[in-house]
Design a protein around this ligand. Structure first.
Ligand SMILES: O=P(O)(O)OP(=O)(O)OP(=O)(O)OC[C@H]1O[C@@H](n2cnc3c(O)ncnc32)[C@H](O)[C@@H]1O
Ligand SMILES: [Mg+2]
Length: 199
């Protein structure tokens, strides 16, 4: 079976990627299953820039077709931030609880109707022949006033998807995958992965 590298160091994100790609007809490897290579910092101005940079670097280091996901939350009352800085919003340490608590504090005085936000996921598939396919998925919602739920990761406990009464951390894994930014983006890649497995 064709091997596909998922170039992520985030175990929970990786688990979501693996679930959504199950059945794509490729053997999925994580970064822990290939020889380590130096990983560049994420310096792009957009999710797409970061995703394609991570995927190109993975292909250059391993020679394997590679998928990378760059994602985050974009809060309207913060002019679209944390955006590409979502993983490090409260500092370099990448602390999910500190990140979401900082966003909640920043929004303390923002009324419910202006607490809209969206999760965004850019996913890049880069092949050894230099083919690049970049897709994007978005998941609109709003931010609640205190964390609820223990599923998922990152900002899930404060994100109320449009049309839901539960935060995304209160959804089951399958419920989240069916509607999430990551699910939407990766499903756009599936036909390309199927083509790869038949090549
Ligand atoms: O770059 P890799 O190694 O894949 O892992 P990372 O955690 O650094 O991932 P990103 O650079 O894409 O940063 C994304 C951050 O956005 C947040 N995020 C992205 N998708 C999310 C989701 O589905 N639910 C909750 N938070 C999410 C979360 O805080 C992540 O750390
Ligand atoms: Mg990252």
């Amino acid at each position: 079976m064709t091997q596909l590298l998922l170039a992520s160091r985030n175990a929970k994100k990786l688990a979501e990627l693996r679930r959504i790609l199950a059945g794509a007809g490729v053997e999925v490897l994580g970064l822990d299953e290939v020889a380590p290579y130096p990983e560049s910092p994420e310096t792009g101005a957009t999710f797409e820039d970061n995703a394609v940079a991570k995927a190109r670097e993975a292909v250059a280091a391993t020679g394997l077709p590679s998928v990378a996901d760059d994602s985050g939350i974009s809060v309207d009352a913060l002019n679209g931030m944390p955006g590409v800085l979502s993983a490090r919003w409260a500092g370099r340490a990448k602390n999910d609880a500190a990140n979401l608590n900082l966003v909640l504090e920043q929004l303390t005085d923002i009324p419910d109707e202006r607490r809209t936000a969206r999760f965004v996921c850019a996913t890049a598939l880069v092949l050894p022949d230099t083919t690049e396919i970049i897709v994007r998925g978005e998941w609109p919602g709003s931010l609640v006033r205190g964390p609820r739920g223990t599923n998922g990761f990152g900002y899930d406990p404060i994100f109320l998807p449009d049309g839901e009464t539960r935060t995304s951390a209160e959804l089951t894994a399958a419920e989240k995958d069916a509607v999430s930014h990551r699910g939407r983006a990766l499903r756009l890649l599936l036909p390309h992965l199927k083509a790869l497995s038949h090549a």
